[in-house]
Design a protein around this ligand. Structure first.
Ligand SMILES: Cc1ncc(COP(=O)(O)O)c(C=O)c1O
Length: 418
């Protein structure tokens, strides 16, 4: 199988580096150290459709990152794009919001079984708003985080010593481990000023095997929060609409007070939403919070079309089926080659990792790079995503590519796979 080269990608990155800090900043760029070796990776896309993208050199990729989540019905989905185009022609960012905002709020709250919805742009906008509401409502300060969390980049989410933040930003942060009810009880017993507990619905931390909630975990967390006047915030920015269209709290059998959605809300059109219970609605109305583009109508039109398409397409069952197919195909190859491949997290958001004997990530990094060079876009540190346009044929094509990449790794290190 031919491996890709990236001359135009490199040339574009050189130009980018001159005019944009880091060239490509954040998780989409090589600066975070997740694209190693960087010679295996493309940096810029020229176009995308369905489950595929083409880089500026014309290389084609089957894309299991789905834009890190927003691609949920398929890149450039005609139904979503037509709804957005129709709205563009009649008004987007106007002096009063379009009535379509109300239509979207009604559809969203009915779908995720919450009483109200508040729209912003990015995931970090809504996690920040959720914490502000919790603090205002309870009159308390502290936030309980679950170690290995990611809730955006606002100062309150950062770890101590993070560049650009103050020690004060973390002064009200408390930390517990995932699935650790005893630890949570201890933190609650030792602190009387806790406003909220914020967590993703399962642990999808980066660079680690993902972990599902233990039996009864969320029900116990719910009980502890209620008993101690702690607002329970679920950050469903990554997993939302991938496990259940009703929200991941419903999927795991409990009810969040506030739940944050973003990535899969409008198939890439920029909108995020905080949805909540009735008792927090007047607190939400009292906290000053808005932005120039937060009521733009085009993403609302796209969001309505997107949610309807996900419902009609029984999307979550499709994601699960496609994820399970890839997992069982690749586990078969791994068994044949004696490679210790591990899948974790729900199949709809699978994380996969080759565990080497030292558990130091090098072999895994090497395999992922060989997959990318051959046309399957996966990452070594992050969970993956599926979308409604993914087909069994594409999954099987990806399997062939990833299997060849695994054979290359085995050939490079025969002593490790006896
Ligand atoms: C779980 C989780 N929370 C919050 C965020 C922040 O979202 P955004 O980057 O849109 O601000 C992300 C983004 O990846 C996320 O995965």
């Amino acid at each position: 199988m031919k491996t890709y080269t990236y001359p135009k990608n490199v040339e574009t990155m050189t130009r980018a580096g001159k005019v944009i800090p880091a060239g490509v900043y954040g998780h989409l760029g090589p600066g975070e150290g997740c694209m190693i070796p960087s010679s295996a990776y493309p940096f810029f896309v020229s176009r995308a459709k369905g489950s595929e993208m083409w880089d500026v050199d014309g290389n084609r990729f089957i894309d299991f990152m789905c834009g890190y989540g927003p691609n949920v019905t398929g890149y450039c989905d005609d139904d979503i794009d037509n709804a957005a185009m129709k709205q563009i022609k009649i008004g987007n960012c106007t002096s009063l919001p379009s009535y379509i905002m109300v239509d979207f709020a009604e559809l969203l709250t009915a779908t995720v079984k919450k009483d109200w919805a508040f729209f912003c742009k990015n995931g970090g906008d809504v996690t920040t708003f959720a914490v502000m509401i919790a603090r205002y409502f309870t009159g308390k300060k502290k936030i309980i985080f679950v170690n290995n969390y990611y809730h955006g980049v606002a100062p309150w989410t950062q770890k101590p010593d993070s560049p650009g933040t103050l020690p004060e930003d973390c002064m009200n942060s408390l930390y517990v481990n995932w699935n650790d009810i005893d630890g949570l009880k201890k933190v609650i017993a030792e602190n009387d000023d806790i406003a909220c507990f914020i967590s993703t619905p399962y642990m999808h931390g980066n660079f680690v095997d993902n972990e599902l909630p233990a039996d009864g975990y969320w029900q116990e967390v719910r009980k502890l929060c209620t008993e101690n006047n702690i607002v329970l915030i679920v950050d469903d920015i990554r997993a939302g609409f991938r496990l259940s269209l009703q929200g991941s709290d419903n999927y795991f059998g409990f009810e969040a007070d506030l739940i944050c959605f973003c990535k899969a809300l409008a198939n890439g059109y920029n909108v995020s939403a905080l949805c909540g219970k009735e008792f927090l609605k007047s607190a939400a109305a009292s906290v000053p919070y808005t932005g120039s583009y937060w009521m733009s109508a085009v993403p609302f039109a796209a969001g309505i079309a997107n949610i309807n398409k996900l419902i009609q397409g029984n999307a979550c069952a499709h994601f699960k089926e496609m994820g399970e197919r890839l997992e069982s195909n690749l586990m078969k190859t791994a068994k044949e080659l004696n490679v210790p491949l591990v899948f974790s997290g729900p199949p709809a958001l699978f994380y996969m990792r080759i565990k080497d004997k030292q558990d130091n990530f090098l072999l895994h990094q090497e395999w992922v790079a060989e997959c990318v060079r051959r046309g399957v876009f996966v990452t070594n540190h992050h969970n993956h995503f599926l979308n409604l346009s993914m087909t069994k044929e594409l999954i099987d094509e990806a399997t062939t590519i990833c299997s060849e990449a695994m054979e290359v790794v085995v050939k490079n290190h025969p002593e490790l796979f006896k």
